[in-house]
Design a protein around this ligand. Structure first.
Ligand code: CUA
Length: 352
């Protein structure tokens, strides 16, 4: 056992390192500006964890430095240390302390989680669909779809997360909420935005070559502005404002062709996330994960474009590897595929 004076010095050193370390670390803004009601308890928990981790760091570093200094070899001392065969009390202590810390962390996190996920009966629902490498948002009650998220301030939103291909992760750092989108199941995240503004919405799960480009924005607006935004979207997307939730959108009056078909193809291009991988002047995209469409399609025909979308492995553009483009576009509804082919043919000047 250590002499009493030494033990006191060690304990004092641990307290000093813990207090000084925490004081420094708590000064740093680790997170972006807090934009949701949930951010408060989460940031408080982060602060508590910083203090706890600093304490563990202090114990380890003080004991390490103490041992290095105290038990150093004096000049001329060639002896080996005494053989030690375990110390039951010490082992119980160093098992018990981490157990208490981890158990505290678990209980505390569970309490915070239950608190921030409390369902508000007046909440709204947004379905979030992720796919390589794009986000889309469906407002089932309002019957609109978008590629950027817009939500009102001060109302809880239940995000129902879906994935069409691999695991992605829905993350808005300002809201502190991150949850995986897992193929085959629906996961849910609950957020009450509390700050107006436009915040990055990022995929936080490595999901393929375009992972780093898989980002969009979350706009938080005043409730009145949200209402007029919804009305505007409903008008643009051909939704009857008075119709009950779930009612079908207005059907196009006649089969679309030519310019109208290409215009719809432009929407398909955006909704399917093509812009996150391909350069196409008509869509304003400059991504380089896949072939440049302006350059590669100009001398081609519609049959080639169609095949390249439905079966990307059939012919690989020079300088690209097979398997980069998801094969899932073969499952696009025929009218969407037709529209997309028309849009690409028209905008790149393909031959026929
Ligand atoms: Cu989707 Cu990373």
């Amino acid at each position: 056992m250590l002499p009493r004076a030494q033990l006191i010095r060690i304990i004092v050193a641990i307290v000093v390192v813990t207090v000084a370390g925490s004081a420094i670390l708590l000064q740093i803004d680790w997170m972006p500006v807090a934009g949701s009601k949930e951010a408060g308890p989460i940031d408080t928990m982060l602060d508590v964890m910083i203090v706890l981790s600093t304490f563990v760091f202090a114990v380890v570093i003080v004991m390490l430095l103490h041992s290095v200094y105290r038990y150093r070899a004096r000049p001329g001392d060639l002896s080996d240390g005494e053989p030690i065969h375990g110390n039951t009390v010490l082992e119980i202590v160093w098992t018990a302390i981490p157990t208490v810390i981890v158990a505290f962390g678990a209980v505390y996190s569970a309490i915070v989680l239950a608190d921030i996920e409390k369902r508000d009966p007046g909440r709204m629902v947004v379905k979030v669909t992720s796919q390589q490498f794009a986000w889309s948002f469906e407002y089932p009650r309002e019957r609109i779809e978008t590629t950027e998220l817009t939500v009102p301030k001060g109302r809880q939103v239940e995000f129902q997360l879906h994935s069409k291909d691999v695991i992605h992760s829905f993350w808005v750092p300002a809201w502190r909420i991150k949850k995986d989108n897992v193929p085959g199941i629906v996961t849910r995240a609950f957020v009450t935005p509390s700050r107006l503004g436009s915040f990055p919405l990022i995929c936080a799960e490595l999901c393929g070559l375009g992972h780093s480009t898989m980002r969009t924005r979350a706009h938080v607006v005043e409730p009145a502005e949200y209402k007029s935004w919804v009305a505007e979207q409903q008008r643009k997307q051909g939704v009857e404002p008075g119709a009950p939730p779930g009612a079908a959108r207005r059907a196009p009056k006649a089969p679309v062709a030519g310019a109208a078909l290409a215009a719809r193809g432009s929407q398909v291009f955006t909704a399917q996330g093509c812009a996150s991988c391909h350069t196409l002047e008509a869509a304003g995209s400059k991504a380089t994960i896949g072939p440049d469409l302006d350059r590669n399609l100009a001398a081609r025909d519609r049959a080639f474009i169609r095949r390249s979308i439905a079966d990307p492995s059939a012919e690989i553009a020079a300088g690209f590897k097979d398997g980069i483009m998801p094969a899932t576009f073969a499952k696009l509804p025929k009218r969407d595929l037709d529209a997309l082919v028309e849009f690409l043919a028209v905008s790149t000047g393909a031959r026929k």
